[in-house]
Design a protein around this ligand. Structure first.
Ligand code: MSP
Length: 516
């Protein structure tokens, strides 16, 4: 059944150009979006940038730029990288757009109507990097943010508060709903946090110009998180030019999944649903908090000088290598370590040797022995080993993908390719063909392997769409209308289609000690 499916990446801060972490989340979302489209769903894939707040204001100041100019500059870098990574987003949200401002105002008036806003005094230690007040035990020493390793700043100001505490029971209920928070370990973390009792939080700032003004309190701007989370709604609206919180306009809401890093899980699984409940809106169906990437065992950071620039990695390994490695090697949900040696080895082994060679040598044999073509298919009546294996692996792939377990889905593809390679080696058609009476047997074998390649090509599509297209093109398959339901049946490779001349679908990456 065709369903609407809305998926979001975080809206990234524009304090700096995109890095490997933001690329990782976005690639994962792209894989899910492509998977859902291939499942016949109508997907709205939303990404964008979070442009307000003190962090951005200060960065612009340090560059001697107007904040808006600075934001425009960095936003372009995000869009450029997403294009290079073939990210199939449908909407790109900017929180500085007029439409978004209008939506924030409409939403705020609903929260006001629910009687959920009051003026209070906020004092505490603030991290500008996190844009968040921190709970600090020892107030005398200058406390340091555990994430940014920078000194926290003391704040004491009049702010508007949101009555989060009023939603304690509803949030407790929501976070226990099966599938709302993944993975499980992170769910427990949130349950623990909420069980300690929710405290109201401030949703406005004074002395901060770079933000959306609060109607009725003109010396206040909205707290950047209050503003940014609403970007998900403004990006999902039906009519982007005239934002309205009507049922018709909210036809893509709620989001099916917010994919985020573990650092911002509380905002998404607790604060955000409460804000939505206050405005009488639906809460997201699920939140996935993935782990963090380190590099060669160390946290990536400018001070350590080990930040991996995604553009440089792309230039070095190419798009398929980068997407494959991140989704295939790192357990989605757990922390993962980027290792250059492993990157090169895995890509060369999986994509060049196991898959690329399989396709290349089988096309070569097929063209040589069967008049430049695919042999006539007589496998439909038979239960060939590869047919059975492919059906098994398709099921594994699908089940894992539904849980965002890309690693296990990728493994299922590699298992199938390994089986096809083993099958060829066992059958040794290059020996059998020497006796002309074996021609039908060889035809069946070659057809089965080519058909496995077709299925591998389709299964690769969400993870490495470019490579998938190159594989399917060699098999002369029209990639414009593939879908899982119709395209994954065994025996669909049409012998009359012919084959392209075999050219390697994936070039090997040369390893050198310090490429980037
Ligand atoms: N602007 C907020 C999000 C607002 S959403 C309404 C924000 N932006 S951010 O630019 O700091 O992006 C944070 C996200 O980037 C993380 O949640 C994660 O998805 C990704 N990552 C940033 N560094 C990362 C790693 N080192 N490893 C993996 N992902 C990381 O927070």
């Amino acid at each position: 059944m065709n369903m609407k499916y809305t998926i979001t990446t975080p809206l990234y801060y524009v304090n700096d150009k995109p890095h490997l972490g933001s690329s990782y989340t976005t690639i994962a979302c792209d894989a899910i979006a492509r998977f859902e489209r291939l499942n016949g769903n109508t997907v709205l894939f939303l990404t964008g940038v979070d442009e307000h707040g003190q962090k951005i204001e200060r960065t612009a100041e340090s560059k001697n730029l107007e904040p808006q100019l600075h934001c425009d500059e960095i936003t372009e870098k995000y869009k450029y990288l997403w294009d290079k990574l073939n990210i199939s987003y449908d909407r790109f949200v900017r929180t500085t757009s007029i439409e978004h401002t209008s939506l924030v105002h409409q939403f705020y008036s609903k929260v006001l109507k629910s009687n959920d806003v009051y003026m209070g005094r906020q004092s505490g230690w603030y991290c500008v990097g996190c844009e968040e007040y921190k709970d600090v035990e020892d107030k005398d020493k200058s406390p340091i943010c555990s994430i940014h390793k920078k000194e926290l700043e003391w704040r004491d100001e009049e702010n508007l508060f949101f009555k989060l505490s009023k939603y304690q029971d509803q949030i407790e209920k929501l976070i226990h709903v099966d599938g709302f928070i993944s993975p499980k370990s992170r769910k427990n973390e949130i349950i623990n946090f909420v069980s300690k009792g929710l405290r109201d939080f401030s949703i406005s700032r004074v002395n901060l110009k770079w933000g959306i003004n609060v109607p009725g309190n003109m010396d206040h701007t909205f707290y950047v998180w209050f503003d940014a989370l609403l970007g998900y709604v403004s990006g999902s609206l039906n009519d982007q030019s005239s934002p309205e919180l009507t049922e018709k306009s909210l036809c893509n809401w709620p989001a099916n999944i917010h994919v985020i890093g573990k650092d911002i899980l509380r905002f998404h699984a607790v604060y955000w649903p409460a804000m939505l409940l206050s405005a009488g809106m639906k809460t997201p169906r699920s939140v996935f908090g993935h782990g963090f990437l380190t590099r060669e065992g160390q946290k990536m950071g400018k001070s350590v000088g080990n930040v991996l620039d995604p553009i440089e990695l792309l230039e070095y390994g190419g798009i398929d290598a980068m997407r494959w490695y991140l989704l295939r090697d790192i357990e989605f949900g757990e922390d993962g370590d980027f290792q250059m040696r492993r990157f090169v080895d895995i890509v060369n082994s999986d994509l060049c040797n196991t898959i690329g060679n399989l396709l290349n040598r089988t096309i070569t044999m097929s063209k040589k022995w069967f008049k430049e073509n695919i042999p006539i298919d007589n496998t439909l009546s038979s239960d060939s080993t590869l047919k059975v294996q492919s059906e098994k692996k398709i099921i594994e792939y699908m089940e894992s993908f539904k849980d965002s377990n890309f690693k296990s889905s990728a493994n299922a593809i590699i298992d199938l390719a390994n089986s096809a390679n083993l099958y060829l080696n066992d059958r040794a058609p290059w020996k059998l063909i020497k006796d002309i009476t074996n021609k039908n047997v060889v035809a069946l074998d070659i057809y089965s392997v080519l058909e496995s390649c077709r299925i591998i090509g389709i299964l690769l599509n969400p993870i490495v769409p470019n490579l998938s297209n190159r594989i399917l093109k060699q098999l002369n398959i029209d990639t414009s209308n593939i879908n899982f339901k119709d395209s994954l049946q065994w025996g669909l490779l049409d012998p009359n289609n012919g084959l392209q001349d075999p050219t390697p679908v994936m070039d090997k990456i040369e390893f050198n000690e310090d490429p980037i």
